[in-house]
Structures are given as structure tokens and as C-alpha cells.
Design a protein around this ligand. Sequence first.
Ligand code: SF4
Ligand code: SF4
Length: 386
Amino acid sequence: MDLLKEYKREIEYCTFCPRLCRFECPTALAEGNETYTPTSKMTLVYLTEMASEKPEEVKEAFYMCVDCRHCMTPCLHRIDVPKVLIAARAKVYESNIADDTIKKFAASIEKYDHPYSTVLENNLEDILKTQQEILLQRSKQPDGPSSPLANGEGKVLYFPGCTALRFDKELVKGAMRLLDRLGIAADVMDKPLCCGYPGYAAGNMNWFMKVALQLKQLLDRYDSVISTCPTCINTFKNTYHRYGIDIKARSMHLLEYIAPEIKPFLDGIAKENKSAAYHDPCHLGRHLGVYNAPRELIDQLYERRIEFQWNRADANCCGGGGAVPLTHPKTSEKIAKKRMSEFKKTGADVLLTACPSCVRWLKKADEHAEVMDITEVIVSKLAERV
Ligand code: SF4
Ligand code: SF4
């Protein structure tokens, strides 16, 4: 599929633009390199498509994008630069001129059907044990727990996503217990499934399409699909759609799903006497437009919420997206460190977010800082009230 032909308008607009987004791009800022500004990267796509520039000579710049969409915030034309750069990566991959790092990664995801080799099977066993415990408990309550969320939700699937399965089993188990506590009888998958994003970001579209078509069969059996990973939800909702695959189930981030109904469960719980800053994950904020639900939840959990100087649609990225940790790990680290230095400037005690990838990258950038997923905080608060 040559999407670059379809994206002619975007490529031309950016090429001839006065660079309104120049100072938003985290990769260009981290490297201090004009080649990595959105305009320059799009110009390189333009030159490979419309002129005689050889992709093998400029392809490196196509991978210098964390898929954060920050360039869209000041863009009057609302040009989606990352979707074009990822289509350019797909062309590089199809032409068999991708670097060895990408080729090896692509071969590994094809072999394991997720990016983390066999480790996930072991982690999933532990998660399925938690599911068994939940089911056993539920069988002892014939009337089931009652909650506004339990009614009329139809069949619900909790999709943890492979990053949480690999790096944050506790988040996955906590989310399952939380859903149960709120009266939502969610199914959990019995295989370590990936949404396909890692293959998409690397440009391996055959694998991405294979995964998307297989997952559609599973997801279409549900009325709602919930995840603690905004990348999975954005992939189901927006990226599959762009590639002609529409999921029937309503897909939502867990926090967006529970925020309207959780108040009665948190009523009377003592707020943390700390200040919390919220980092907007790019896929939850700019891609899915979810800004308020996490903030409303923080306000019910903490005495004070502090905003980053760069927040909401202007939030800076954690550096963990768009396969940049694979192709340019040092750039990812610099981006994460910058975000953590912004966190320090807020003066907040705790950094909260809503994405397993953001938690991982931000923690790595400053291991002394307290970085947590909001879901974990809700789970521990509810555990205080057994
Ligand atoms: S994303 Fe918008 S502002 Fe940035 S170069 Fe393209 S057209 Fe210009
Ligand atoms: S999506 Fe983010 S990393 Fe990619 S070009 Fe735009 S600002 Fe830069």
C-alpha cells in the first residue's frame, strides 16, 4: 500500500511552509539539528517522492519522529506529520533498504507476534492466575457487585497491551482488580497479544495488517475494549481505521472509561497530602483528545495538582514512541531527561501519567523521582478501604 501518494497534500504543505512547528519537535530539539524539524523531514519525503533524492541517503531522518503530534498543535493546516513519516518508513522497509536494526526487529516481531520475545508468556501466566482468583471471588457473590458501571456495558475486554505485560505486570493485575471492584466483569486475553503498533512504527505494514485483521476478529466479539495503554487504544481507534479496518467495539482508555462513575467509590477516602504533576501521554492527549479525565481523577486523589509549563496539547513527549527508542535510543533518553527536568521545575512531589511506556521512559530518565500510573494510585487507594 503506497500511502505516500495519498499524502501528497501534507508533503507539499510542509515542504513549502514557514515552519510554524519548528520549535515543537522533540527530536530536533534534543539533537539541535535542523534536519530533524518536521518541515525538513517532510521536505526529504518530498524530495524522494517528487524529485530524485535517493531514500537510502535520507531515510535516517524518517525514523527521527516519536509520533508525538506536537507539530500539529501550532499547525494551521493540522498536518499529521508522523503518519506521513511512518508511511515513508514503510516504503523504505518494502524496498528492503531499512537498517539492520529495523530488519532484525521486524523479524523478531514476526516470529513472536509481539516485540518482547518469549518473556510475555511467563508474565501472562501470572496474570491469568489473578483472573482465576477474581473469577473465584465473583462466584462466591451470586448477585455480583453492584455499580453504575456494571449496568448496560455489555461484553467488556481488558486489553493490557504488550508493554505493560512486559514491564508492568502489577499495573495489569491492578487494572483487572479495579475493574472487578467497580463491578465490570471484563474478560482478559489468554495470549500475549500486541496491537500491532511496534510493527507499524517500524514500517512493517504486512505484519501490522496481519495483526490488525486477526485482532479485529477478537475485538468484534465485545461491546467495549478497555486498555491502560493509550497506544493500543489509539491504534484500534485511529490507525486501524486509517488502514481500512474498523473495530465495532467502543475502545477507550481505562481512566476515561471509569472517570464518570468512580466518585462514589472514592468518596470518604483520604486524599494524598502531596502535590502531583500530570504528564499527558502523546497518544492519550494529542492523538485521542483525552485531557480532562486523568486530571479529574488526580483531583480526587491528591491535595494539589500542578501543571507542567508545557501541558495538554502543548505537552512535551517522554521520548518513548515511534520506534525512536529502537533506532535512536540516545535521542529518546535526551527527550525523557528534558521532560523530567520540566517535572522538577513544577516542584510537585509525584509525577503521574496514564501510559506504561511513559512511566518506563520517565522513570529511566530519573530513577529518584516518584513516577506512577494513575491506575496504580486508584488501586492502592481502594485497597485501603477493604
Ligand atoms: S506540520 Fe504544519 S506547521 Fe509544521 S511544517 Fe507542516 S504545514 Fe508547516
Ligand atoms: S510528531 Fe513529534 S517527533 Fe514527529 S515530527 Fe512532529 S513534533 Fe517531531
